[in-house]
Design a protein around this ligand. Structure first.
Ligand SMILES: [Zn+2]
Length: 235
């Protein structure tokens, strides 16, 4: 649940997540603040906790955001000929070629971009749309495959861009996946698909949920740990 707290003309937005736990804990990332709270926590109590730590949370969010922007800038500057971009876990060299039209394709283990010159933004745009399209197809294929095995049905599949969230599912059984998973080894992408499909049976992270995940993907712990490290790529 997204909530807002105001102090001295400043607004702090946070995500209130009630879980099986005993104390309140606020975690900050580039994507924002998440307050983990015990099930019985009232929204007003959560707001009061945020208000109490308002300045500290806000300054650390600002610092995280600044670091993220600096890293992104550095990354897009490294999108030059020969840069390695992983596709399904295997590094592919970026090849920049002249051309009238901006295109990108994968051939012989390389990512070939035409018509971008040395414009990092154009290169980024071409590679991203190539990978997003590939991710779309792969997620559709893998979701259909595992849904049959698990015995569930789902609605729409949407591909998103998020920094740390790999997937989610809605109460309407729609599935959202992060396109960046196409850069990870296939097992990691499969794990996220199985994870979200199992939420259609168990809408929580209870032991029963993890038992379902394990049943369909015995090695899930390995991929979960892999993804916790993030996907490193110059894009
Ligand atoms: Zn989950």
């Amino acid at each position: 649940m997204i909530r807002q707290v105001k102090k001295g003309g400043k607004t702090l937005e946070y995500d209130l997540r009630r879980t099986e736990r005993r104390s309140l804990e606020c975690r900050m990332s580039e994507e924002g603040a998440v307050l983990f709270a015990p099930m019985r926590t009232k929204a007003s109590e959560a707001d009061a906790f945020i208000l109490q730590h308002f300045d500290r949370i806000l300054s650390s969010l600002e610092r995280l955001k600044k670091n993220g922007e600096a890293r992104e800038k550095q990354l897009s500057e490294s999108l030059t000929d020969g840069a390695l971009i992983p596709v399904e876990g295997r590094p592919h060299a970026l090849r920049l070629k002249p051309g009238a039209r901006l295109t990108a394709r994968i051939a012989d283990g390389e990512i070939i971009v035409t018509g971008a010159g040395r414009d990092a933004e154009k290169i980024r745009e071409a590679v991203r749309s190539l990978l997003i399209n590939r991710a779309k197809l792969r997620f559709q294929e893998r979701a259909a495959h595992f849904a049959r095995i698990i015995g569930v049905s789902y609605g729409q599949i949407t591909i998103r861009e998020q920094k740390t969230k790999w997937g989610s599912c809605s109460s309407r059984k729609n599935l959202n996946f992060n396109w960046r998973l196409i850069m990870a080894p296939p097992g990691a992408l499969d794990y996220v698909v199985v994870h979200e499909l199992c939420h259609l049976i168990e809408m929580n992270h209870s032991p029963a949920f993890w038992a379902q995940v394990e049943k369909h993907m015995p090695a899930y712990r390995e991929w979960k740990a892999y993804l916790a490290q993030g996907i490193r790529a110059p894009i």
